[in-house]
Each structure stands twice: as structure tokens, then as C-alpha cells.
Design a protein around this ligand. Structure first.
Ligand code: NAP
Length: 339
């Protein structure tokens, strides 16, 4: 059994990682920004009570390297998930996204260098570090993104969340390459959906699902494609990446790439009374309404109606991943929301 540091332990994805690690008998040191915020950590406190002595919570902030030292002490594996996932209401993309993502990564991984007992770091990156716009697929030659690709189309001003993930993952590889006592394994999930263990996460995943089932798109959805993956599969991928000695490099972690309308259609099969969209919005309407919804003309041009594939074969071969059916993911997500 190992002792894991899980950063951002109260987060949507991290909460499942912590839960599975505890179920497997591991010890977990979880960092949270504010251990006093009951709504954020209540579910972790329940896990702590269910697995006495195996979960400890520590206060840490990505902008403060030293705040991770106590939590890292005694650990042999680090899973670094903490990073803001916000896509709306971004006023200052540097301080809200890039700074915590990049400094957080350099702080946590830099500190790992001071702990000889740590042999592996698993980083939660994203497919956002692999591609920005759907139109980036033109650069692949065969319509399919792989772990070889890097997002070159995002910037501080355009798709800043995607930019923050690319910069953070690059920083992680740079730190990993400069030493030889631990190795880095990266998980690159698509849009993560599936049951949240807490309703208090700020993850954009939960916002997207709230909007969809809450009727925001009842008149129609933009013709956008998403690579979707179940949160429980993402958690399992992190644990496999942490424990399989041969694991190395990046891993696209995605079940299927589907248009948003297909997500709505699948949801309707289980929840026929929800105010879900039944059609795709015409391009002219998305272009006209875009400025009011924070969607630029460039985004419309480079994303609407452009299908692409994400090759998840490496995750299946080297991490032994299989992916839950999307209908199960969506159904379980809505059931958890109702609860
Ligand atoms: P989440 O629930 O919002 O988790 C983000 C975590 O980061 C939270 O625990 C949050 O702490 C923590 N955090 C943010 N800023 C921090 C700071 N300054 N100091 C310390 N902690 C901070 O979102 P999530 O979806 O689980 O995302 C987790 C990771 O997965 C992120 O790296 C994200 O980029 C990545 N990812 C997510 C998706 C997705 O679709 N959800 C897809 C690909 C990759 P608080 O609880 O205190 O806010």
C-alpha cells in the first residue's frame, strides 16, 4: 500500500480519486484550499470517518509552494489535480487561470524534487493541452488527435483555459526532464461528466451539465463536438498511471467524441421530461448571438460543425482502460444532481 498526496482533493475528479484510493486501502494526504468550508469538504470528512486513519486533509494554495510541504511529507506518489477549470466570467485570464495552473505545477513538482521518497507524479492535464480549436485537427493529417499533438492555437486572449493547461503540462515535463528520482505520467481527459460526489465544485463540467439539463439550450445547441469521459474512468486512469511501473508519457482519456446534440438525445432517453434541446442552432444564429454568449467569430469559424477524433488506444493498452457507456455516465450524473 502507498501513501498518496492528492492536490485539490475536494475537486470533482479528485474526490473520486481519493475515494477509490481509500477503497483500495491506500493512505491519502489531500490538500484543500479551505478545510473549514463544510460544503466543499463535507464529503471528504465522511470518507475520513469511513476509513479511520487513512485520510488526512491539509490546507494548501497553488500560489504558495511551502503550503504543500507538510502534506507531501511521508508520501511516495503525488497526484496533482488542482488547477482552476473555469470557462465563463473570466475577467483576468492570467491571475484566474494561467498563474495558478503554471505556478501550482512548478510549486508542487518543484517540491517533489526535495522528497527522495517520491517516485512517481501523475499530472491531471487535459485534451486542452493537445488541441485548442476543433479546426486544429487539420494539422493531424488523418482527423485524429494523439498524444503526439500539442495545442498551438490557444493564447491568453483566446481559449485561456486551454492555454493554461498547455503551459502547465509543458512546465511539468520540463521539471520532470531535469531530474531522475521520480517519473511523470500525464492523464489528458476530455470533457469529464458523471456523478459528482459533492455539489460544491466549481468545475465547468458541472456548469455545462447544469445548463444542458436546466433548459438553457432548449431552443437548440451549437454544433460543437466534445470528447467525453466518465469521471470514474478518469479517476481509475489516474490510479493506474500511479501504480503501473511501466506507465509513461501522456494518455488521452476519452470515451467518445460526440456532438452536443447527441448528449441531449442520450439524456432524453432516460429523462424525457427534461427541457433538452432537439436541434442544432443554425450557424448564422450562433454567430449573431455569439457576442452575448462570450463566443467570438473566430471560435465559431474554427469549431462549429468540425468533427474530430481523439485516439484513446494508448490508455487502453498501457493503463488497461475501458470506458463506461456514455448513456450510463449521463444518467448517473443527472441522478446525482437530483440527489
Ligand atoms: P474542480 O472540481 O474545480 O477542481 C479543481 C480543484 O483545484 C479544486 O479542488 C480547487 O480547489 C483547486 N484549486 C483551484 N485553484 C486553486 C488554488 N489557487 N489553490 C489550491 N487549489 C486550487 O474541477 P475538476 O473538473 O475536478 O478539475 C480538476 C483537474 O482536472 C484540473 O486540473 C482540470 O484542469 C482538469 N481537467 C478537468 C476536466 C473536466 O472536464 N472537468 C477535463 C480535463 C482536465 P477549491 O475546491 O478550493 O476550489
Amino acid at each position: 500500500m502507498n501513501t498518496f498526496l492528492v492536490t485539490g482533493a475536494s475537486g470533482y475528479i479528485a474526490s473520486w480519486i481519493v475515494r477509490y484510493l481509500l477503497e483500495e486501502g491506500h493512505e491519502v494526504h489531500g490538500t484543500v484550499r479551505d478545510p473549514g468550508r463544510k460544503e466543499k469538504v463535507g464529503h471528504l470528512l465522511e470518507m475520513k470517518a469511513a476509513y479511520p486513519g487513512n485520510l488526512s486533509l491539509f490546507k494548501a494554495d497553488l500560489l504558495d509552494k511551502e503550503s504543500f510541504r507538510e502534506a507531501m511529507t511521508g508520501c511516495d506518489i503525488v497526484i496533482h489535480t488542482a488547477s482552476p477549470f473555469i470557462i465563463n466570467k473570466i475577467k483576468d485570464p492570467y491571475s484566474q487561470l494561467v498563474q495558478p495552473a503554471v505556478q501550482g505545477t512548478t510549486h508542487v513538482l518543484g517540491l517533489v524534487n526535495e522528497f527522495p521518497g517520491i517516485t512517481r507524479v501523475v499530472l491531471t492535464s487535459s485534451v486542452a493541452a493537445i488541441h485548442g480549436d476543433a479546426a486544429d485537427v487539420e494539422l493531424t493529417g488523418d482527423g485524429s488527435f494523439t498524444e503526439e499533438h500539442w495545442n498551438t492555437s490557444s493564447s491568453l486572449k483566446y481559449n485561456p483555459y486551454q492555454y493554461s493547461k498547455r503551459l502547465a503540462e509543458e512546465a511539468a515535463w520540463e521539471i520532470a526532464r531535469a531530474q531522475d528520482h521520480w517519473n511523470l505520467v500525464v492523464i489528458n481527459p476530455g470533457l469529464v461528466l458523471g456523478p459528482p460526489l459533492s455539489g460544491a465544485s466549481d468545475s465547468a463540467s458541472l456548469g455545462i451539465m447544469n445548463d444542458l439539463v436546466g433548459g438553457k439550450y432548449r431552443m437548440g445547441v451549437p454544433d460543437l463536438y466534445f470528447g467525453i469521459v466518465d469521471v470514474r474512468d478518469v479517476a481509475r486512469a489516474h490510479i493506474a498511471a500511479a501504480l503501473q511501473p511501466a506507465a509513461q508519457g501522456r494518455h488521452i482519456c476519452v470515451g467518445d467524441v460526440v456532438p452536443l446534440l447527441e448528449v441531449a438525445n442520450l439524456l432524453r432517453e432516460d429523462f424525457p421530461s427534461l427541457p433538452l434541446p432537439r436541434k442544432v442552432l443554425p450557424r448564422w444564429l450562433v454567430s449573431a448571438a455569439g457576442p452575448f454568449m462570450g463566443i467570438s467569430a473566430r471560435f465559431v469559424r474554427r469549431n462549429l460543425g468540425i468533427p474530430y477524433r481523439l485516439d484513446h488506444s494508448k490508455s487502453m493498452q498501457s493503463l488497461g482502460m475501458s470506458y463506461l457507456p456514455m448513456r450510463t455516465t449521463l444518467k448517473d450524473h443527472v441522478v446525482a444532481m437530483k440527489r
